[in-house]
Design a protein around this ligand. Sequence first.
Ligand code: GLV
Ligand code: MG
Length: 325
Amino acid sequence: MSFKTVQEAPARLNRSELAVPGSSEKMLPKAAASAADVVFLDLEDAVAPDDKPQARKNIVQALNELDFGDKTVSVRVNGLDTPYLYRDVIEVLENAGDRLDLIMIPKVGTAADVYAVDMLVTQVEQAMGRKKRVGFELIIETALGMQNIHEIAAASPRNESLHFGVADYAASTKARTTAIGGPNPYYGVLTDTPEDGGARDYHWGDMWHYAIARMVVAARANGLRPIDGPFGDFSDAEGFRAQANRASVLGCEGKWAIHPSQIPLANEINAPSDTDVEQARAILEAMAQAQKEGKGAVTLNGKLIDFASIRQAEQLVEKADMIAK
Ligand code: GLV
Ligand code: MG
């Protein structure tokens, strides 16, 4: 390990993160009763400009009156380039009580964006005598944000997670797609192997690989949770599974649900399977035995395991224990 220690964000389950428009009085109670680990009440892109004042009121009422159980509750405010952000922060934070856990900041472009919102939030917290410090979720969804992601991730002790906002990111980078997440058939590789007599095969690639992998590195290097964003076609459970699995394999801790049907999928995919947990426990036992015998590496089921295997296995068991609580 480096001499620099990484401060981990407060531990929270974040397998699924349900988006719910603050303008929908009908959906707010459903979100509170859902099986999502985190719910974000939206004031940004799911709410029309004229509806923002009423959406703020709905959200304040929901935070004061609904039972969100042991969920983490977040509010997505509007961006720093809009005339809404300051009112979002002030109205929600002044009136929401202590149930609010996080504020989600969209379209973060520079570390100074986070600094500016931190200053505003800090002033309201101090003025209101709030005891519970609000954390930040940051959506990386512009070319500027992706360029500055490492400074952004380190910009405030309030930071808890980075989110990949694939729809706005596609717009910002002028990617050739109109879908929200998922692959594009034109992003592929044509292979022709001389040994096959030049027979050609076409393999789809994952056009979001770089963005998600970069976000995972920036998040983990700063002790934050990397979270994959929306998958728009909620009637395509298989497509959701494939995308969520890719993100999870790369190190993401969870994925957004833009429809309730995506919550159980995200919860399942972002939890270690029973087989994974059994294997991790077996690794820990084998390595404990190896250490007693003064060995640094041993073989388990025909595979080499060593001290790095202990760290991988501990992560997995820790996650499983958190879910079981
Ligand atoms: C989320 O905000 C997105 O733009 O995908
Ligand atoms: Mg967006």
